[in-house]
Design a protein around this ligand. Structure first.
Ligand code: NAD
Ligand code: LMR
Length: 334
């Protein structure tokens, strides 16, 4: 029997990421091949013509699972009753910029969007922030949505996770499906820590199959700098791979991680692994029944502990910069 359609709101729907993302969602890659979707597409007023063009193309694909498309030039209408909200719309960085340079321009957007989710979305809405700087924008959005639980907000570090998996597979001659247990800790930024100490390739420890020098001197910086490397090469930031990561993140959150596998998700720190509470930090999680749980009990050596601290410190600094966009926490927000 066909399920009832779910409402998926997407901001930045006429942008580069969405031009891959929306077609994957409509094809059933994100919510499952038996789940019809209503797409609530949101753009700024100046981009509504382009958005109408995207909507025409979606219709022309005649996807069996695409129930309805609605177009909105404001988030207050666009988020109405949304079960899932994908916050993609924001300014991307160009060559020579860091993602944190976007804090000032993008921060305000996420304060308004948090309020709109609070006032208009379904009470169980699941939110994923992709617009950069993603972790700190997630903090801003969640703090501006006092009636929703902060656990309903997440940010995208799955792209970093997938990059780490792909680069490791390529280096060792494995295929990505043979690689398990990758963890990306911290910020979606050059301080992130892609950790291979718990990863396996065909069930054997990955760390024994690579040179330690390669791991520390090449692999870690490559994953950390992959976004910039792509901007340098393309002149534009990653788009199709970001869309795939959004699909993977939401798919795992809603439908569950593969048995035995972990995912990396940016979530509000609860103090696990000594990470200060109150920042959005990427942790290893397992998901089932529509919930995520941090994987506990992972042993961290001194090198890893130091890497976790460096990226935590950066997030605390970003938090201080956006303090004016963070209303006081209320009892309801916890
Ligand atoms: P893009 O410029 O192609 O598209 C962004 C779209 O958002 C534009 O169409 C713009 O009109 C729209 N927009 C801007 N402000 C909006 C608002 N307030 N409401 C609704 N729509 C709005 O950019 P893109 O390549 O699609 O990237 C989008 C964002 O995602 C950027 O901030 C980029 O840095 C970020 N990004 C994050 C990751 C990650 O892994 N977290 C990966 C790739 C890109
Ligand atoms: C990425 O990692 O590709 C995105 O965050 C875009 C960027 O600015 O690097």
């Amino acid at each position: 029997m066909m399920r009832r359609p779910v409402r998926v709101a997407v901001t930045g729907a006429a942008g580069a990421i969405s031009y891959s993302l929306l077609f994957k969602i409509a094809a059933g890659e994100m919510m499952g091949k038996d789940q019809p979707v209503i797409l609530q597409l949101i753009e700024i007023p100046q981009a509504m013509d382009a958005l109408r063009g995207v909507a025409m193309e979606l219709m022309d694909c005649a996807y069996p699972l695409l129930h309805t498309i609605t177009l909105h030039d404001n988030v207050e209408d666009g988020f109405k009753n949304a079960h899932y909200a994908l916050l993609v719309g924001a300014r991307p960085r160009g060559p020579g910029m860091e993602r944190s340079d976007l804090i000032e321009v993008n921060g305000e957007i996420f304060a308004r969007q948090g309020k709109a989710l609070n006032d208009y979305a379904n009470r169980d809405v699941k939110v994923l922030i992709t617009g950069n700087p993603a972790n700190t924008n997630a903090l801003i959005a969640s703090r501006n949505a006092p009636d929703l639980s902060p656990s309903q907000f997440t940010c995208l570090t799955r792209l970093d996770h997938n990059r780490a998996k792909g680069i490791l597979a390529n280096q060792t001659g494995a295929t990505p499906r043979d690689v398990n247990g990758i963890i990306v800790w911290g910020n979606h930024s050059p301080t992130q820590y892609p950790d291979l100490h718990h990863a396996t390739i065909l069930g054997e420890p990955a760390i024994n199959q690579v040179d330690m020098n390669w791991y520390k001197e090449e692999f870690i910086p490559k994953v950390q700098q992959r976004g910039s490397e792509i901007i340098q090469a393309r002149g534009l930031s990653s788009a199709a791979s970001a869309a795939q990561a959004i699909v993977d993140h939401m798919h795992d959150w809603v439908l569950g991680t593969e048995p035995g596998e972990v995912a990396s998700m940016g979530i509000l720190s609860d103090g696990s692994y000594g990470v200060e509470k109150g920042i959005f930090y990427s942790f290893p999680v397992r998901c089932n029944y529509g919930r995520y749980q941090i994987v506990q009990g992972i042993e961290l050596n001194d090198f890893s502990k130091e890497c976790l601290k460096v990226t935590e410190q950066e997030l605390l600094e970003e938090k201080a910069v956006v303090n004016h966009l963070l209303p006081e926490e209320t009892a309801a927000s916890h």
